[in-house]
Design a protein around this ligand. Structure first.
Ligand code: FAD
Ligand code: SF4
Length: 470
């Protein structure tokens, strides 16, 4: 009956998977969405109109074959859907969980205009989770192995995307990461309520079975040098992310009780995963009044981690309005549901306190003319200063590149913004100014998204395969 109904979208509305109860969500570091069951995912997938030239595919940075795998799901063919989904994406189960779908595939869905977009992200997550549970694994039987090997620096989405494409083409990737687990910010950044860490552990085992070798707890530049990698490998891929924390540049940022977002989030993950080296590294906000500054994904993760740690209150101050927030709308809504108070149009101008944080001084803003990126500039309103009381302030203003001195000494040049020069459009895609070195992800495009990092890693692998002539 379902398969014959071309107008399913008229009979069946968009339905997201159920969320766990709020009191459970506020206390636990586990994913908040229940998985779809088979009937639900088939009903939702069959809402797809199978547009001839699908906008969703175009807007998805890895150009997933979305209508095709939605059709396979609605027919109950999960194995083939998994094969197809892995042709374009190295971590589909991760993207299904963390992509800001409202700005990407689902935002572009034809049905988004009144009927409610197809729940593409949750369908994508369902395919891989179900296929893995059924025992499906990537088919490596037709791979013809070459004698080439490539060093990949960084086991984040860019490095993993690169390694995936290389190994499927018979080139051995050896992935170096300074952390004890793969994933980069997927593991040491994004909290468990968006992405449980068992997802990455399972992925590591699958990549290892495919032939990817991981050398974890190994920092390039300290435990092994770039010169050694260039000597021992046929090519090198760099996917090292961006780790310089942006500052507000206002007084009081050094007061005790003020923390950058990432150390706060990482200390929480390390405690939950048992990676904590020293209990003094843990940043606790239990019983404290927390003010989070920023409006992106990192700020939302700080808000919701603070709630789960048992903060007395969590207030998020953002300098533009809700409409102009840079992160995923879904996560803003989830944060609001969990008890975060949002103060829009508030720009911090200082952190006040005598020997420790006591409050954040903010001014109210109004939106002015668009800046060079088309976003309207927040302009302070004279005389609108107020103090938000706070015991802890978490600064989530984003990240700038963090180049190492050994980039330049190995001929890897930087832009004026300190990102690595590795253009997509050239003979060998994502090649740096050292012909043997390729790069992708946040360190090339500036801090962005998981899916764009995966895409650049995969494209860079294509560039490496062309360069190695395999
Ligand atoms: P990274 O993920 O940063 O990985 C780089 C890896 O390189 C790390 O594992 C690091 O240890 C390793 N490395 C660096 N230097 C060395 C060295 N010298 N030797 C060995 N290893 C090294 N994006 C989304 O799409 N959705 C979200 O919900 C989302 N939430 C986010 C939440 C937070 C808190 C943060 C910080 C970011 C979030 N992002 C989100 C952005 C996303 O995580 C990044 O854009 C993405 O991870 C970038 O991938 P990457 O591979 O370029 O770098
Ligand atoms: Fe949508 Fe992201 Fe999946 Fe692409 S990778 S289909 S943008 S959830």
């Amino acid at each position: 009956k379902r398969l014959n109904n071309n107008f399913q979208f008229l009979d069946v509305g968009r339905q997201d998977p159920a969320k766990k109860a709020i009191d459970v969500r506020k206390a636990e570091f586990v994913e908040i969405y229940q998985p779809f069951n088979e009937e639900e995912v088939q009903d939702q997938s069959h809402r797809c109109l199978e547009c001839g030239n699908p906008y969703c595919e175009w807007k998805c940075p890895v150009h997933n074959f979305i209508p095709n795998w939605l059709k396979l799901i609605s027919e109950g063919n999960i194995t083939e859907a998994a094969e197809l989904s892995h042709q374009t994406n190295s971590l589909p189960e991760v993207c299904g969980r963390v992509c800001p779908q409202d700005r990407l595939c689902e935002g572009a869905c034809t049905l988004n205009d009144g009927f409610g977009a197809v729940t593409i992200g949750n369908a994508e997550k369902y395919i891989t989770d179900t296929a893995f549970a059924m025992g499906w694994r990537p088919d490596m039987s037709k791979v013809v192995w070459t004698d080439k090997k490539v060093a990949v620096i960084g086991a984040g989405p860019a490095g993993l995307g690169c390694a995936d494409v290389l190994v499927r083409n018979g080139v051995k990737p050896v992935v170096f990461d300074k952390y004890p687990e793969i994933g980069g910010l997927l593991t040491f950044g994004i909290p468990e309520f968006k992405l449980e860490k068992s997802v990455m552990t399972r992925r590591r085992e699958i990549f290892q079975d495919m032939g990817v070798e991981f050398r974890l707890n190994t920092e390039v530049g300290t435990d092994i040098t770039m010169e050694q990698l260039l000597e021992e490998y046929d090519a090198v891929f760099m996917g090292m992310g961006t780790y310089t924390y942006m500052k507000g540049g206002f007084p009081g940022e050094d007061l005790p009780g003020v923390h950058d977002a990432l150390p706060f989030l990482v200390s929480n993950v390390n405690r939950n995963l048992g990676f904590e080296k020293d209990p003094a590294d843990f940043i606790s906000v239990k019983g404290q009044r927390v003010v989070v500054l920023g409006g992106g994904d990192t700020a939302m993760d700080c808000n919701r981690t603070s709630i789960r740690q048992g903060a007395a209150s969590v207030t998020c101050a953002y300098r533009r309005d809700q409409e102009n927030m840079p992160g995923s709308r879904r996560e803003v809504q989830n944060a609001g549901e969990e008890g975060v108070e949002f103060l829009f149009n508030r720009q911090p101008v200082g952190i006040v306190g005598d020997g420790k944080v006591e409050g954040v001084k903010v001014v109210t803003t109004q939106l002015g003319e668009p800046d060079e990126r088309g976003r309207r500039r927040p302009e302070p309103i004279a005389g609108s200063e107020e103090i938000l009381p706070a015991d802890v302030v978490l600064i989530a203003f984003g990240f700038r590149p963090s180049p190492e001195p050994w980039f330049e000494t190995n001929g890897v040049k930087l832009t004026d913004w300190q990102t690595v020069i590795a253009p997509e459009k050239q003979e060998f895609k994502f090649q740096t100014t050292n012909p043997k070195v390729f790069a992708g992800g946040d360190m090339v495009r500036g801090s962005d998204l998981v899916v764009t990092a995966i895409w650049e890693g995969r494209e860079a692998a294509e560039g490496i395969l062309d360069y190695l002539d395999v």
